[in-house]
Design a protein around this ligand. Structure first.
Ligand code: SF4
Length: 401
C-alpha cells in the first residue's frame, strides 16, 4: 500500500489556469534572480549564472554548473578561477529535498518517491522504465496539489497548496536519477505528476531550460513533455518559448458533457479552444501532441466515445497535417470510496479497435505501479483519503451523462 504522509494544511494559494503565477519569485534561474535570495545553483542556466555573478565567465559557469549536477562542490579547477568559484559559492547554494518515502512496485519496475519540500509540504515523483532498455522517464510534479479538481484524480482532491519552485522541480529528476545502475539514464521528463504545469509555467520553463542544458541534465528537449488539462494561453506560450518541447493533452473525453463532468476546467476552457491552441502548437513546432485518455468503466469507454475521439483526431490531422499520438491509460482505483473503476480489457480492446478502424494508431500507456498508486493522475492518493471532507463532497456531485 501507499505510504504517503498527511500533507500539512495551509491556506490555499489563489491560483487558476489563467491566474498569474504565484507571487513567490524563483530563487534562480533562467529568469532574473531575486537580489536577496541565494541562487539555487542546480536550477540556473550558465547564462543566468554568468549574468548574476559578473566575476564568473560563461565558460566558468558551465563548468561549475556541471559540477553541481554531478554532485560535486563548487570549487576552483584548472578551468575555473578561484575568484569565480568563490563568487558563485557566495551567491548561491544547492538546496535539497528529503526523500520521505520510496516505494518500488512489486509487480513492475515503477518507483514512486515522496519528497519533502523545505516548508514541510510533500510532492511526489514517479520513475517510469521505458521500453528501450536502460532508459527511464521521470514524471514530475509542478505544484503541491492542484486547483483543477478533475473528478478522477487524487491530486485534484487535495486542492492547490502551492506552486513548486524551479529547483524543486529539478530536484525531482535528480532524485529520480539516484539509484540508477551503470549504463542506465534518464531519457525523458514528463510533467504529469501533481499539479497543472501551465498554472506554474514560469517555473516549469525555468526547469525545462535546466533539463535540456547540456552541462546540467542534458536531456533532449524533444524527450520532455508538458501535459496539460487544457490551458490555451499556456499552450501557445510553450510553443513560443520552448518550441522543441512536446505537448500533452489530458482529454478524458472529447464529448463536452462528459469532459465537463470529469474535468471542471472544461467550463473555463472548452475543448474547442484547447484544440485550437494545440493546433497552433503543432503548426509552430512541427511536433505531434500526445492526447491522453484515462478509460473509466461505464463513463468514457464506449465505442461511441472512441468514435468521437477518432473524429476529433482526424479533424486535427486534416487541419494541421500532424496526427496526434493517442495514449490510452488504464485507471488504477484510489481507495474504497473511489466511484470509478478501470475499464475492462474487452472494453479497452473494443475502444482501440474503433480507433484502428478509423486508421488511428493508439498506444496503451504502460500504467504499472498499481500496487503503489503510482499511475498517472493518482498521486497523493492516501493523503486524499485521509481528508474525506475534501473527497466525498466533490465525488458525490459528479454525475456523468
Ligand atoms: S488530472 Fe492534472 S489537472 Fe486534473 S486535478 Fe489532477 S493534477 Fe490537476
Amino acid at each position: 500500500m501507499v505510504v504517503v504522509a498527511m500533507i500539512r494544511r495551509a491556506p490555499r494559494a489563489p491560483d487558476a489556469p489563467d491566474a498569474p503565477d504565484a507571487p513567490a519569485a524563483p530563487a534562480a534561474l533562467g529568469g532574473t534572480p531575486r537580489a536577496s535570495a541565494p541562487l539555487a545553483l542546480q536550477a540556473v542556466t550558465p547564462e543566468a549564472l554568468a549574468r548574476a555573478v559578473p566575476a564568473c565567465t560563461l565558460a566558468e559557469a558551465r563548468k561549475l554548473i556541471a559540477r553541481v549536477h554531478r554532485g560535486l562542490p563548487v570549487a576552483a579547477t584548472s578551468a575555473v578561477r578561484r575568484v569565480a568559484a568563490e563568487a558563485v559559492a557566495a551567491a548561491g547554494h544547492v538546496p535539497t529535498l528529503t526523500v520521505r518515502a520510496r516505494q518500488d512496485s512489486a509487480i513492475d519496475p515503477f518507483a514512486k518517491l515522496v519528497l519533502e519540500l523545505p516548508d514541510g509540504e510533500l510532492c511526489e515523483t514517479v520513475r517510469i522504465p521505458l521500453e528501450r532498455p536502460a532508459r527511464v522517464s521521470v514524471c514530475v510534479s509542478s505544484q503541491v496539489g492542484c486547483a483543477l479538481a478533475c473528478a478522477f484524480c487524487a491530486t485534484g482532491r487535495l486542492g492547490l497548496r502551492r506552486n513548486l519552485e524551479a529547483w524543486e522541480i529539478v530536484e525531482q529528476v535528480r532524485a529520480g536519477r539516484a539509484g540508477l545502475g551503470p549504463g542506465q539514464r534518464v531519457h525523458g521528463v514528463v510533467f504529469q505528476g501533481m499539479g497543472e504545469p501551465m498554472a506554474n509555467l514560469d517555473r516549469v520553463l525555468e526547469a525545462i531550460a535546466v533539463f535540456s542544458e547540456p552541462c546540467a541534465q542534458g536531456i533532449d528537449a524533444r524527450a520532455i513533455t508538458v501535459c496539460t488539462s487544457g490551458h490555451p494561453g499556456g499552450i501557445r506560450r510553450l510553443a513560443r518559448e520552448a518550441p522543441r518541447v512536446r505537448l500533452g493533452l489530458s482529454l478524458a473525453s472529447v464529448r463536452p458533457e462528459v469532459r465537463r463532468a470529469l474535468m471542471p476546467v472544461e467550463r473555463a476552457h472548452p475543448l474547442e479552444e484547447v484544440l485550437a491552441a494545440a493546433a497552433d502548437h503543432a503548426r509552430a513546432t512541427g511536433l505531434a501532441p500526445m492526447w491522453a485518455v484515462t478509460l473509466l468503466a461505464g463513463v468514457n469507454d464506449a465505442p461511441d466515445d472512441a468514435r468521437a475521439l477518432a473524429g476529433r483526431a482526424r479533424a486535427f490531422a486534416a487541419a494541421t497535417g500532424i496526427a496526434p499520438r493517442l495514449s490510452i491509460i488504464a485507471y488504477n482505483p484510489v481507495g474504497a470510496r473511489d466511484p470509478f473503476t478501470r475499464a475492462g480489457d474487452a472494453a479497452t480492446a473494443a475502444y482501440r479497435a474503433v480507433l484502428a478502424d478509423a486508421g488511428l494508431a493508439s498506444h496503451r500507456r504502460y500504467s504499472g505501479g498499481g500496487d503503489i498508486a503510482a499511475a498517472c493522475g493518482q498521486l497523493a492518493a492516501v493523503a486524499a483519503d485521509e481528508a474525506p471532507e475534501t473527497v466525498g463532497g466533490r465525488h458525490a456531485r459528479v454525475t456523468v451523462p
